[in-house]
Design a protein around this ligand. Structure first.
Ligand SMILES: Nc1ncnc2c1ncn2[C@@H]1O[C@H](COP(=O)(O)OP(=O)(O)OP(=O)(O)O)[C@@H](O)[C@H]1O
Length: 817
């Protein structure tokens, strides 16, 4: 208790306060504005400077009476009073004691009788425990941030636990009733217990408040984040869709397109499912773009589009003739094929055949050297039928997926080449040219030919399922035509379903006709020339064919004709001439020096040099076999000969040795000679048994010194006993030999029937010498024939002459003799 008051006056002025409670030992400012308060303060100052501060029960009462005030208040010393200019008064008081007020009297101000509250007894242990508890609680209150720094400082400095408790109560945000209750409790134990209870409640409220605050904050954060992201998404969608964000419309647009396709129910069901997935999906999802591409493919396929077939055989014949010279066999076969189709279709229309039967039949495969019109006749077939034409290159197709596509789960998956072709065609019944079926590869990822088999099989191709599409597409109305350079390399299973139509190399005369009737008119148009502005003489075209091109087909010929036409076009355009006549002499001014001359041109009969024949997929040609004898031992073979060809050289030598006596060959000299057989051009690998006859001729010519004829070429396999066996590719070989200027052909007797395949006019300009034995070969091939060979000669084998031959010209693919 402050020292100034040793004894409280009995009756004191009363200053009512609203909403707060003052505890003993506190020094506080009190602002008074009501008359009842100001008067009480003045009375206190005039008297013993003691005043009772007591709270109103109801803070809204302006002019309180005794009943409006609590019975317990705080007796205070008035330390200082200051009057403010506005009439209010500020009083500084020092609280002294809790007192009970009785007998409230009202005059200009309130007065009351006061007496201190009894403190009651405290057990020191209890006080100690409560003190400790309060100090701990105080720490948590401080860390909760509920008290300002000044209050914390003041409270912490209190040694007296009662004072500490009062200060805590004053500074915390308790209800007025609770604060009053603490004032009314003088007993320390009870007061501390009450305070601790209040603090516990406060703490709970506080943590609950914190929890609520955190929750509210999280909720706000989450809402804000979602709102922000959603807004961003809207903007992105809008940007992507070019201003309108109608993602639903996209699926609807697909739905409408798909409805219009008139698909089979099972196919439609599958595709509808994808459309529904797209509709549910966020438009920016990666998966959505996969589905979009898929649906685009589906809607672009000609599920029910077809061109009307023109199965008029006469008309087709006319179209084929218009576009192609010759090729009679091919054209006949194509027309037969169309005729059968037509009859089948008519029967199907009468209900005698199923629709599937109409399309049955073999697949045509066109085989032959490049540039002979395989591709272009397929195009004409499509034209004559009134169908669309698509070419699918199969060269290099190694995986099943090339034909059948990748499953959509692959990144960048695409349909296979067949479905791609169908889309390009835009109808479900095009003519599809499967180019180069012989170049199909296979790899560990499945065999494309197996998939192709399904494509070509009429009983399966109605339900051809591309992995990418995942639904069947009907290929049964497609007309497939295949091409191949090497028919023997077509996978056997495929070959079974095919009918081979062979295209042959053209001979000069055919080339001349093709050039005059087709290539030249085409090149005139392409180079903007009128018919009367350029004329080629036949001699010019013949020279173009024989001296500027060397090919089985007419592709280079067309290019050369084009070159001349272009140069003429330039002359006309620059006004140098009005029209041009191209003669064989002038050809050089347009095309430069001739690039090829027939290989036998300017050659003479020579010792040790014979002419063989070979063929490659790009056509036939001749090869030379040269033999040279010199001192030494053994047989040397050069010119990249394959095993079989080497063996035929050995067989030829053995044949020569075993007939040495008959042919008057010096045996002793033979044993001391090195025999070198060479086949130019050395850079090209050569293989096959059919150069046997040429080997024997060359060797025996070298050993006997009898020259071989340069205008004779031969093909045929020989045995050790001198029989002459059949070979393949006779027609191409003969055509090649003819191009090289050869007049006489020695062929195995067993191949005689093949001569019929060689065009008539060519046959008449050449002589064919069928042979059953090597003797018969030598009889034609050597100058003077067998007779010369069997006649005794004085000299032995002469040294080899240097030949005037040019090397054989073919490069690239290996040659088969
Ligand atoms: N008999 C022919 N009548 C008219 N033109 C022809 C004839 N044969 C070929 N041609 C023309 O020769 C050119 C080459 O023919 P095409 O492209 O059809 O050859 P290809 O046999 O398919 O060759 P490849 O095997 O290299 O594909 C074409 O322009 C074609 O029109």
């Amino acid at each position: 208790m402050p020292s100034e008051i040793h004894q409280l006056p009995k009756n004191v002025p009363v200053c009512p306060v609203r909403g707060s409670v003052i505890y003993p030992t506190m020094v506080q400012h009190i602002d008074a504005s009501r008359a009842i308060s100001i008067n009480a303060i003045e009375a206190a100052m005039e008297g013993e400077k003691v005043i009772l501060i007591v709270s109103q029960r109801d803070k809204d009462v302006d002019d309180p009476k005794g009943d409006d005030l609590y019975d317990i208040g705080t007796a205070c010393n008035v330390l200082r009073v200051r009057k403010n200019p506005d009439g209010t008064v500020q009083m500084l008081v020092s609280a002294v004691a809790r007192v009970k007020a009785t007998n409230y009297q009202r005059g200009d101000y309130l007065t009351a009788d006061i007496e201190p509250l009894p403190a009651g007894k405290n057990k020191p242990v209890e006080v100690q425990a409560l003190t400790r508890e309060l100090r701990e609680k105080f720490d948590t209150i401080v860390s909760g941030g509920k008290l300002n720094a000044e209050a914390v400082q003041t409270i912490a400095s209190k040694d007296d636990v009662g004072e500490m408790a009062d200060h805590i109560a004053f500074n915390l945000d308790f209800r007025l009733e609770d604060k009053q209750a603490l004032l009314e409790t003088e007993n320390l134990t009870q007061r501390l217990t009450k305070l601790l209870t209040l603090l516990d409640t406060e703490q709970e409220v506080q943590s609950l408040q914190q929890k609520i605050r955190t929750q509210v904050k999280e909720e706000i954060d989450k809402n804000q984040r979602e709102y922000y992201l959603r807004e961003q998404m809207k903007v992105i969608q809008k940007e992507l869709s070019g201003g309108d964000d109608e993602e639903g419309d996209e699926a609807e647009a697909f739905r409408a397109k798909i409805d219009a396709l008139d698909l089979k129910p099972e196919v439609k069901k599958e595709i509808d499912r994808e459309v529904n997935r797209l509709a549910r999906m966020h438009p920016d999802a990666a998966e959505a773009s996969v589905i979009r591409t898929y649906l685009t493919w589906i809607t672009e396929l000609p599920w029910n589009e077809r061109s009307e077939d023109r199965l008029d055989v006469e008309e087709a014949a006319q179209v084929l003739d218009e576009d192609h010279y010759g090729l009679d066999k091919v054209k006949d076969r194509v027309l037969e094929f169309l005729a059968v189709r037509r009859l089948r279709k008519e029967r199907a229309e009468r209900g005698e055949l199923s629709a599937e039967e109409v399309n049955k039949g073999p697949i045509l495969v066109f085989t032959g050297p490049p540039g002979v019109g395989k591709t272009s006749i397929a195009q004409s077939i499509a034209k004559s039928l009134g169908r669309k034409y698509v070419r699918i290159a199969l060269g290099g197709a190694r995986d099943e997926s090339d034909i059948r596509g990748h499953r959509r789960t692959y990144i960048g998956a695409m349909p296979g080449r067949i479905i791609q072709g169908i889309r390009t065609a835009g109808t479900k019944n095009p003519v599809i040219l499967l180019d180069e079926v012989d170049k199909l590869g296979s790899s560990y990822q499945g065999d494309p030919s197996a998939a192709l088999l399904e494509v070509l099989d009429p009983s399966q191709n109605q339900h051809f399922t591309d992995h990418y599409l995942g639904v069947p597409f009907d290929l049964s109305e497609v007309m497939f035509i295949a091409t191949a350079n090497y028919p023997e390399q077509i996978p056997p299973a495929l070959m079974d379903r095919m009918e081979v139509i062979e295209f042959n190399s053209y001979i000069e005369q055919e080339k001349l006709e093709i050039a005059k009737r087709y290539l030249l008119p085409r090149q005139l148009i392409q180079n903007g020339l009128k018919q009367n502005q350029i004329a080629f003489t036949d001699a010019a075209l013949e020279k173009l064919i024989s001296h500027y091109t060397r090919e089985a087909g007419v592709r280079n010929l067309e290019r050369e004709v084009g070159t001349v036409a272009r140069k003429v076009a330039r002359k006309i355009a620059t006004g140098k001439t009005k029209r041009a006549k191209v003669t064989d002499k002038e050809l050089e001014t347009y095309l430069g020096k001739p690039r090829h001359t027939p290989e036998t041109e300017g050659l003479e009969d020579m010792v040790g040099v014979s002419t063989g024949m070979f063929y490659t997929p790009v056509g036939g040609d001749i090869l030379f076999v040269e033999t040279s004898i010199m001192p030494g031992k053994g047989l040397v073979l050069t010119g990249q000969l394959g095993d079989v060809m080497k063996e035929s050289a050995r067989a030829a030598l053995t044949y020569a040795k075993s007939n040495a006596e008959r042919f008057h060959i010096d045996k002793a000299k033979l044993d001391d000679s090195e025999i070198h057989v060479h086949v130019p051009a050395g850079a090209i690998p050569k293989e096959g048994p059919s150069a046997g006859g040429a080997m024997a001729t060359s060797l025996i010519s070298a050993l006997t010194g009898i020259p071989a004829r340069h205008d004779v070429a031969m093909t045929g396999e020989m045995t050790l006993t001198g029989r002459y066996l059949p070979i393949g590719g006779l027609k191409e070989k003969v055509l090649g030999a003819r191009r090289a200027g050869i007049k006489h052909i020695i062929l195995p007797k067993a191949n005689e029937a093949d001569i019929a395949d060689i065009p008539m006019h060519l046959r008449s300009s050449m002589r064919f010498h069928p042979a059953e034995t090597v003797d018969q070969v030598l009889d034609v091939a050597l100058v003077g024939g067998l007779k010369a060979l069997e006649t005794t000669r004085d000299g032995s084998a002469p040294a080899v002459t240097t030949s005037k031959r040019k090397p054989t010209r073919r490069a690239g693919a290996g040659a088969r003799a």
